[in-house]
Write a protein that binds this ligand. Structure first.
Ligand SMILES: NC(=O)c1ccc[n+]([C@@H]2O[C@H](COP(=O)([O-])OP(=O)(O)OC[C@H]3O[C@@H](n4cnc5c(N)ncnc54)[C@H](O)[C@@H]3O)[C@@H](O)[C@H]2O)c1
Ligand SMILES: [Fe+2]
Length: 384
């Protein structure tokens, strides 16, 4: 092993792990939503969602459980990879209606946007003013987060990832204050998720778990969560893709996605996300797909210097396997994620700006193996 490229890892490193979000789950959990509003003593909800969830009929299903039924105020103007503009509009709707709770229903895009809008509504400033670490200085409107994809784990994170239309970059709010009050994990809401999105979002969760486990800012609480999330994904992702109505598989993936972020919330990630985030922002690649492109390449790069740790995760993902990069590649093929970067019109001439952004990312600093610009370029080349 070449120790000069290995970052120092200490299992007695000091850590601080806080989880302010209550989590409820199980098939049909959404039926308890009205009782939850009573429990938190809130009476004037706004449901924040996107047009896709309307079309899928999921908005109507959830409205039927609320005391106001179909007359509940709905803001459905969130777009995928949500823009700061759509967040400011949602915040204005929250303020104008004097809503005392935000019910966020959707994938990571909706959950991130709703969390950010709930904070913007009380901050009284544009959301861009809240971007960065610990810039949220007022208590947001409480958020009930109901994920309809199993990938981002945003229902339990202190992050909101937004797209800044001016710079075409992703920007993040990082604050304990944006963590939802309640997360509701109901697998019935995810059965309509198309197989391709199920696979891609599942790989986002796998990235969170593997990268959090690899992070040199890891802690013992996160480590246990990460390992379990990898096991759940190895057990359930194939079935969730091939049999969309398999509720056990859907619940397993919702749990995995949530647990992976219980791991990653305080550890940061690794090179796969460091590269996938700018790839997605600059080239319109869905987040989970971009992660799936980079994850096996990152695993192959890191397992050269930490073979034992990676073999341990390989066994969680695929019992009997010893090379994590191979186990990840096999799962990726099995769930039909077969594109390469060239299929998104990304080639050699696009790599330099992606690498430059990745080099400045905390995710690169958390990665167990130090990576140079040339090595990051090689990882992109391997996925091209
Ligand atoms: N906050 C965090 O910690 C964190 C972590 C990872 C990623 N993210 C962010 O999350 C976003 C991606 O979220 P995502 O991958 O969940 O995708 P998404 O929220 O963009 O949803 C993708 C598509 O699936 C549709 N959809 C969602 N649920 C559905 C269902 N049950 N049935 C049918 N259609 C459904 C949506 O309408 C949308 O068209 C990105 O902006 C990414 O940067 C945030
Ligand atoms: Fe992610």
């Amino acid at each position: 092993m070449n120790s000069s490229v290995l970052r120092e890892r200490s299992s007695s490193r000091r850590f601080d792990y806080e989880l302010p979000t209550r989590i409820v789950g199980g098939a049909g959990a959404i039926a308890g939503l009205a009782a939850e509003l009573d429990r938190y003593d809130v009476t004037n909800p706004i449901l924040v969602t996107d047009a896709g969830l309307r079309t899928a009929g999921i908005v109507d299903t959830v409205l039927a459980t609320l005391p106001g039924g179909a007359s509940t105020v709905v803001f459905d103007g969130i777009v995928s990879d949500p823009t700061t503009t759509s967040v400011d509009l949602a915040a204005e709707a929250i303020r104008a209606g004097r809503h005392d709770v935000v019910v966020a229903l959707g994938g990571g895009s909706v959950l991130d946007a709703a969390k950010a809008a709930a904070a913007t509504a009380t901050a009284g400033r544009p959301v861009l003013d809240l971007v960065g670490p610990d810039k949220v200085d007022s208590q947001p409107v409480p958020v009930i987060a109901i994920p309809t994809t199993a990938g981002t784990g945003s229902e339990v994170t202190r992050f909101c990832v937004l797209s800044d239309p001016e710079s075409r970059r992703k920007v993040s709010i990082a604050s304990l204050r944006v963590m939802p009050t309640l997360a509701v994990l109901d697998p019935e809401l995810t059965v309509g998720l198309p197989p391709a999105i199920t696979a891609a979002t599942g790989f986002d969760a796998l990235g969170h778990a593997i990268e959090s486990y690899g992070s040199v800012w890891n802690n013992p609480i996160s480590e246990g969560h990460a390992r379990h999330a990898v096991t759940l994904i190895g057990t359930h992702l194939r079935a969730a893709v091939t049999d969309p109505a398999d509720l056990d598989a859907r619940m397993g993936m919702l749990a995995a996605s949530c647990i992976a972020e219980l791991a990653a919330n305080y550890t940061r990630l690794g090179l796969a996300h460091a590269l996938a985030v700018p790839l997605g922002a600059a080239h319109g690649i869905p987040h989970g797909v971009a992660v799936a492109h980079m994850l096996p390449e990152m695993c192959a790069f890191n397992e050269e210097v930490e073979p034992a740790r990676h073999a341990e995760l390989a066994r969680c993902l695929a019992p009997g396997s010893t090379r994590l990069s191979d186990a990840v590649r096999t799962l990726r093929a099995d769930v039909g994620l077969t594109t390469r970067l060239r299929d998104w019109q990304v080639g050699e001439h696009d790599f330099a700006p992606i690498v430059e952004i990745a080099l400045g990312s905390d995710n690169t600093r958390a990665n167990p193996r130090i990576a140079t610009a040339a090595e990051l370029t090689d990882l992109l080349r391997a996925a091209a």
